[in-house]
Design a protein around this ligand. Sequence first.
Ligand code: OOB
Length: 552
Amino acid sequence: METALKENTVQHGLLDGFVDQPAHQAKKFSDANIWQNTPLWGILSEGVARHPTKTAVADPSGALTYADLLQAADEMAAGLQDAGLTAGDRVVFQIANSLSFAKVFFALQRAGLVPVLALPAHGIAEISHFIKLAGAKAYFGSNLDNDGKALNIADALSREFEQQLSHIYIAGEAGKYSTLPQGNAAQFIPVASAPEHPALFLVSGGTTGLPKLIPRTHNDYRFNIQSCAAASDFSSEEVYLAVLPAAHNFTLGCPGLLGALQVGGKVIFTANPSPDYCFAVIEQDKVTATALVPALAQLWTAAKEWENADTSSLRVMQIGGSKLAYSDALAVQKAFPGALQQVFGMAEGLIACTRLNDDEELIAAKQGRPVSQWDEVRIVDDEGAPVELGEEGELLTRGPYTLRGYYRAQEHNARAFTQEGFYRSGDRAILDENGYIVVTGRIKDVVNRAGECIATDEIEEQLLMHPNVAQVAVVAVPDQHLGEKIGVALVKKNLAPTLQELRSFLKQQGLASFKLPDELHIVPSLPKTAVGKIDKKRVLGPDGSPWVNTQI
Ligand code: OOB
């Protein structure tokens, strides 16, 4: 363990625009020992102290033990300090699932640098926005598959941020840019950042405009990881397959790769989410845990019909990020017996999940309960008043790992939080008497048809029960007479259904006639967000004309 720790005194504006927990809450969390006042990099250094020679991380290029990973991180951290980056500096981090992800992530933590965790699918618009907003000095990209995308981003950034962006590093083929630096680890002293200050910024999966920055502190993120690891029964035997982008909260810390490392397990990175590839890895490496979005889980479930690989080592298959339809949940339970865990989470904080020993029916039907008893969840009506138990409303939340404000977003924060500091999630949900949550949609996701407000998710849920519907998005289509009409874009299973068939199917299911779809478009695929959720706002073209943007 480290003896001498360098005080992180200079923050270079890190705290400008950071909203922390009120002092009395912070004291309460520390007194209760849920905030442990240790740095995020402790996950790795504690692992080195306990089991240095165990494998920590692997990808197709090789593997590193806990000691190797810390050594590699410290060499890089020393190199970054030599290059003039100092504690509290913000950097934008956009690295694909690989050993480099782990090395750079821990190097940044050891050097006290604060990364914005961009996703590989983000383009120049988002990256440039992150650099501006965070006042970042450095960009870390990866060109591991040699597609040149990171180099194009680097070119654009070096033109746009000639002054501000002093460092660009590329993992893999770096072209004219610097490869990741290496300094002398023996001379290196890790930075002891203040544990109540941001350790990293997650980006919001928001439905409008550019993503916002979500500060996650050492204290809150470690508690997040630890609570999720407990809720998923993570142990030192864990072999975690990082399939979704590692920079997304789900894969990173819920419990994700950091949760697996926290308990002494092993993390395998893959940049290839296809079932044929992943099933082979699961069989060969005896993978025990992974996390998927529903669209990917559907693919994996279907592939079980023809792939013969033995996936029985998979103890927990977490599915979250968007609503897992009940019918899909049943199919997952059949294909991967005993493994389904639904997770309802958000980069902003609150994580809820079903528990592995819950009743199978509950696991299929509900999104779960909070991972910590310190999480506060409220369901409120349009006026912000709490609804009766079992009634639908907007989900608000507050707690020891939920943000108190987006970074540098004062105006937005005034709307996104209540006076008492509850985060308004924008999710519509129902709470049961045991604290389990059923998510019923987004509060704003409605079609206003002739004055009637219709929640699209109810129609989607019903349509997914149809045997020929694989994926579906119900959206508002502008209409001269009705204001908006109900449009359906769907990916078919087997035979394509007609609009008439769907309308009579929905009628049979008991749906009111004003909720029946007006238009149907069969599409080869639906647009997806950077983490692979169906991106409903892109189903409709930018000029308001329907279905132009469905080829992604
Ligand atoms: C996860 O995080 P984000 O920040 O990308 O997205 C959060 C939003 C939630 O507010 C909700 O609208 C939706 O994604 N969501 C779900 C869901 N899980 C997330 N909606 C319905 N059912 C679910 N199970 O997506 C995220 C972060 C950590 C763990 C898991 C997911």
